[in-house]
Design a protein around this ligand. Sequence first.
Ligand SMILES: [Fe+2]
Length: 282
Amino acid sequence: MATYADHPFRFFTTPNHLLSKDPSGGEVGPPVPPHLQQHTQKLTIQPDVFTDLASEMAMVHGLITRYLNSIYLQAPHIPATEQPDFCRYMLAWHELVHIHHTNEETDFFPAVEALAGEVGIMEANVAQHQAFEAGMASFKQYVDDVIASREEYDGNRVIGLIDAFGDVLMRHLEDEIETLLALKRFGKDKMKDVYKKAGDEAAKGMKAMSFATLATAWANLDADFEGGAWKSWPLAPAPMKFFITTVLWRLYGNLTKFGASDRHGKLRPLHALPKEGKGSQN
Ligand SMILES: [Fe+2]
């Protein structure tokens, strides 16, 4: 049984997938989870700017989650020779999350509040960022200490450090989707630019990322997620995608090998897991 990065943290179904319909009008998506039912009932049956926005965010959060799963599952199985590379892989995840949340706080959330004309509507999300910040900082500190030879590498310690913030982080990643869906109350006219603002934030985030983070983030996509509806995600200029999947993929092969997927976004068994492990099968 091969082990894939599909647990222990779960992925969120995108709102657009929840609203998807087959030609005969039947639901093709999975059942709507209870926590999202109130929003999907309030929404029109067609995707709109709010479900588009929340779905994009759910994909970013899914990438963060899949990457974290790959760390959590492989951490206890890393041979000594690969521990320095795995530490850099973990630091790249931390950078990905840090950039995402920093850009939300400095650019995207203020832009949302400006469009809505109401200050403070995104405050709960910022407070949640603070709730897992200390745990993530301890995780980064430990990895930095291992790289600097101040600490020994211990995969179980990595798991313990992730356990200290993982559930709070996941709760936040889920709650933020609901916050974005609930922006519908401000109306489409007022909020029509919100999707563009999110795109601006995403572009800024990609520019801020180190090459190692870009390459390892790419190694945690899932081209088959929700029936392949996201196979071209994330949107980026073709030359940039080419650069990441060829040049960076080769330059950072010692890191991308730990990723959940190959350079085409196809999920693969995790590199460091024994082939006959006890993990789940995908
Ligand atoms: Fe987010």
